[in-house]
Design a protein around this ligand. Structure first.
Ligand code: PGA
Length: 280
């Protein structure tokens, strides 16, 4: 192969981000059920260099899974933690306590905002606490059906996003993940299937906001993913969106056929895009 084409392939590969597939198990699976699911996933999911697979089990299960998982295939995420590093907060676990166990933490999920009344300031403090403790935030933003019907999607996304990242530097934002999860599309809250074209508009708006405040490089580097009723049949439609860096999966992540099918879809799309960029 000619040297110049070797260099161009390497350049393209370096430019391509790894696709992020995150399974949010929510309050499901006890320790032995979780262990069985990971075992099944390890059998089915290959060690892909172009895909990062992240599992977010319950707090109780994080520690045992951290010793079970094949770290070449999986990373762990917390579903929540407390914004203070330590203190008299009965029943809570801090990001500081999780720093050797997880790479990521889901913050601002609509179930936390709605059921646990987490407001913009709490979420901002949790994002800062995660970063302070070396954990990458997966910040969830998304409008409700009522807000969407009222034409308030951009305002809601703007407020959730700008407040949450207001204590971060550009470099810290570049390292984080922003998950666009319209509340109406999440299976728990209605599970309406979102059209990829509509999702693209909001994802573009998210990058535009980051660009306005922190510059073009930061907006291009930050990973923006989609979440809401994603399964193995429809994942490809979202993963194919220009600028979509992955998916956050709830219900379907509890089923190893479906979740490994989503990883397969991501792999196909990654390879197809790589071929297109290389003119093959
Ligand atoms: P769902 O959940 O895939 O079951 O809609 C997504 C989420 O809550 O992150």
């Amino acid at each position: 192969m000619a040297k110049s084409s070797t260099i161009s392939i390497v350049t393209v590969m370096l430019k391509m981000k790894r696709t992020l597939i995150i399974g949010n198990w929510k309050m499901n699976l006890n320790t032995s059920q979780a262990s069985i699911l990971v075992h099944r996933l390890e059998e089915r999911i290959k060690n892909h260099t172009n895909i990062e697979v992240v599992l977010a089990p319950s707090m109780l299960v994080l520690q045992p899974l951290s010793t079970q998982i094949d770290r070449r295939k999986f990373r762990l995420a917390a579903q929540n933690a407390h914004q203070k590093d330590e203190g008299a907060y009965t029943g809570e676990v801090s990001f500081a306590m999780l720093q050797d166990i997880v790479h990521y933490a889901i913050i601002g999920h609509s179930e936390r905002r709605i059921y646990f009344h987490e407001n913009l300031d709490t979420i901002r403090d949790k994002v800062a606490a995660a970063v302070r403790n070396g954990i990458t935030p997966i910040l969830c933003v998304g409008e409700s059906q009522t807000e969407r019907n009222a034409g308030e999607t951009k305002r809601v996304i703007h407020d959730q996003l700008v407040t949450a990242i207001s204590n971060l530097t550009s470099a810290e934002i570049e390292n984080m993940v922003i998950a666009y999860e319209p509340v109406w599309a999440i299976s728990t809250f209605g599970g309406i299937l979102a059209k990829p074209d509509d999702i693209k508009k909001v994802m573009d708006y998210i990058r535009h906001q980051v660009s306005e405040l922190y510059g073009k490089k930061t907006s291009e580097t930050v990973r923006v993913i989609y979440g809401g009723s994603v399964d193995d049949h429809i994942a490809g439609g979202y993963l194919d969106i220009d600028g979509c860096d992955g998916v956050l999966v709830g219900g379907a992540s509890l089923n190893y056929h479906k979740f490994s099918g989503i990883v397969d879809a991501a792999n196909r799309i990654h390879n197809k895009n790589g071929d297109e960029q290389n003119g093959r």
